[in-house]
Write a protein that binds this ligand. Structure first.
Ligand code: T5A
Length: 208
């Protein structure tokens, strides 16, 4: 790939601390004079934000089947990769993404139990060859994460799922760190904010 930037994605269950740490890391990188782009999924582009709206409000789209949900997450990502991620990497920026294709592997594949091979094919079609240089999984007991996530903008399509769904998601992420240890790194999200930040920072320094 001709890209010169670095693509770093943050993953984990609800309320594990992704947005908080992306904000901290972005500020730290800015202080060091690095060009940074932060993004969130689903969304991040005009098209993606419209897709997020369809996915987010379950009263208007309560009948949505899992296959539609999978395609919408991937549609948002296809737009994000081509409109923002690739151009930013080409300019040498560090792209910090709040979720990427591993969320689809875990939430739709393992959480919703859609066939893993089909999920992988659709995921790869959406992202092309735009794979993250580093993926940080912030691991947290879903009971703590769901409690922490209370009070923020509700993504009730997922949060209203039974605890068992969120436990499968957590296990899915743990399995990913074992399957792809070079790319996917695990951080214990139950530690203090500062401790988690420092551990994430040292992982990022390593790839930079
Ligand atoms: N989804 C997404 C799919 O199903 N498939 C896909 O392909 C994709 C891309 C997105 C939903 O969509 C699903 C997954 C999600 O269910 P969202 O609204 O974007 O929904 O929600 P999340 O990505 O889950 O983000 P959250 O806002 O819930 O969690 P964060 O960003 O991980 O957590 P954050 O940073 O907001 O922290 C939550 C609270 O905890 C505190 C923070 O201060 C904050 O108050 N906190 C800590 N407190 C103590 N100690 C620590 N170490 C703490 N870390 C954070």
């Amino acid at each position: 790939m001709a890209d010169t930037g670095k693509f770093i994605t943050f993953e984990g269950g609800e309320g594990c601390g992704k947005s908080t740490h992306i904000g901290r890391i972005a500020a730290r990188l800015h202080d060091k004079g690095r060009m940074v782009l932060t993004l969130r999924e689903p969304g991040g582009t005009d098209v993606g934000e419209q897709i997020r709206h369809v996915l987010q409000y379950s009263k208007k789209s309560a009948a949505m089947v899992s296959e539609t949900e999978l395609l919408l997450f991937c549609a948002s990502r296809a737009q994000l990769v081509r409109e923002l991620v690739r151009p930013a990497l080409g300019k040498g920026k560090i792209v910090l993404a709040d979720r990427f294709f591993d969320s689809t592997t875990v939430y739709q594949g393992i959480g919703r139990k859609i066939d893993a091979t089909k999920v992988a094919v659709i995921n790869r079609f959406a992202i092309g060859d735009c794979l993250p240089d580093l993926t940080i999984v912030i691991d947290l007991d879903p009971r703590i994460g769901l409690e922490r996530a209370k009070g923020r903008e509700l993504f009730d399509r997922m949060e209203n799922q039974a605890l068992d769904f969120h436990q499968r998601v957590r296990q899915g992420y743990l399995d990913l760190t074992r399957q792809e240890p070079q790319r996917v790194k695990l951080v214990d999200g139950s530690q203090s904010l500062d401790t988690v930040s420092e551990q994430i920072w040292s992982l990022i320094e390593h790839v930079l």
